[in-house]
Design a binder for this molecule. Structure first.
Ligand code: F7E
Length: 363
């Protein structure tokens, strides 16, 4: 019998890659989605209708729906990826963030217990490097103390500890993957990497004049999301439930990400000035293409994330460098250059059609 996996947050970047990964492994995959009048299923549209891929309605804010889905699916593995995952948004919606990212985790664990699956169902919790926050050591590993530095991180810290508590109190097989930033061509457009690769592609093709960013000096450990979902699965295949840091082990600044993305889009940038006056200038034309805006600064910002993935390498046999930073940026820029080119072609066709309709060439 095929194993059954339930993925919350299936419509997100990680949910879509994990679904593909588990389907390839022969799993029966159940994705949990929320009812919405807006279509947000773009990332999983290609999977809908596949024999082993099913969607069920449920919400981390609604215990009854979780119990109903879990009782019906009776999963062997649950991947709890659903969250309010935007750090900046968590300052504007802290209560909602706490409800979903903290209490939501508890609701999943309790639903599993209430369905009588505590001894058989393994649970993966999407934890985060944001727990290290205002970092107390560099690089960060599984023993580094936490210092959460946003409402998002504080909520996620509850999620992390409640998973540990259920592991110890009820002997449940539940684990956290402490994932550092992981990006891809499917990344949401308001996270800094995707915002940059899309803007670089639009600027290179004459569809945007400037990119406004916040803290250019912020340091991150960026990996490829497609590689990271394999770890989620590996963590649940171990003999003992444990938590793991998943990171690339390489650190870059937002500024460096920007320079490389523009380079792959065919523009050589150089940064001049400091703080709010820093600007990214096109070396060839002297035009200012990147500026700093206070709108993208956070009340408290995490500025030095750098993961040590030694344990994952050693115990999971995982290669943190199977996609390098340079390859990641290139994959994202290539994708967005093509996306912008298609948008331009569509716009061109639409404008021509409007003109032909006006002139009566086509009716
Ligand atoms: O910011 C700085 C910003 O929003 C990265 C989530 O997946 O990873 C993600 O959280 C850095 C921060 O991701 C802009 O201040 C500068 O220092 O791409 P981000 P994040 O906050 O690191 C962790 C692991 C998670 O768990 C989260 O769910 O970039 N930054 N200028 C900017 N950030 C944004 N978004 N926009 C800017 O214009």
């Amino acid at each position: 019998m095929a194993k059954k996996a339930l993925i919350t947050g299936v419509t997100g970047q990680d949910g879509s890659y994990l679904s593909e990964f588990l389907l390839d492994k022969g799993y029966e995959v159940y994705g949990m989605i929320r009812r919405s009048s807006v279509d947000y299923r773009e990332r999983i549209a290609h999977l809908e209708g596949r024999e082993n891929f099913h969607l069920r309605y449920g919400d981390l804010g609604d215990s009854m729906s979780l119990v109903a889905v879990i009782a019906q699916v009776r999963p062997d593995e649950i991947y709890n990826l659903a969250a309010q995952s935007h750090v900046q948004v968590s300052f504007d919606a802290p209560e909602f963030t706490a409800d979903i990212d903290a209490t939501g985790v508890l609701r999943v664990l309790e639903a599993v217990r209430n369905c009588g699956l505590a001894d058989t169902c393994r649970i993966y919790q999407a934890s985060t490097s944001e727990l290290y926050g205002k970092v107390e050591e560099v690089p960060q590993n599984e023993d580094t103390p936490f210092h959460p530095y946003s409402p998002y991180a504080v909520a996620k810290q509850y999620g992390y500890w409640i998973v540990r508590e259920y592991r110890e109190a009820y002997n449940m097989f539940c684990c956290s993957g402490i994932l550092f930033n992981h990006e891809s061509e499917r990344r949401g457009e308001t996270f800094v990497t995707r915002k940059i690769t899309l803007a670089a592609s639009r600027i290179a093709q004459g569809k945007q004049d400037k990119l406004y960013l916040g803290n250019l000096s912020s340091l991150r450990d960026w990996g490829y999301a497609k590689d990271y979902v394999e770890c989620m699965w590996l963590i649940l295949q171990q003999d003992k439930p444990q938590d793991y840091v998943i990171a690339s082990g390489v650190q870059h600044s937002v500024r460096e990400f920007c320079e490389l993305a523009f380079h792959y889009a065919g523009i050589e940038l150089e940064f001049k000035g400091e703080g709010m006056d820093e600007k990214g200038i096109d070396k060839a034309t002297g035009k200012v293409l990147v500026e700093v805006s206070p709108d993208f600064y956070r009340p408290t910002d995490v500025v030095n994330l750098f993961g040590d993935p030694s344990k994952a390498k050693r115990e999971l046999g995982w290669n943190p460098q199977s996609t390098t930073f340079e390859e990641l940026v290139k994959i994202m820029v290539d994708h967005d250059m093509a996306k912008v080119a298609v948008e331009r072609a569509e716009e061109h066709i639409r404008l021509n059609l409007e003109e032909y309709l006006e002139k009566g060439v086509v009716k």
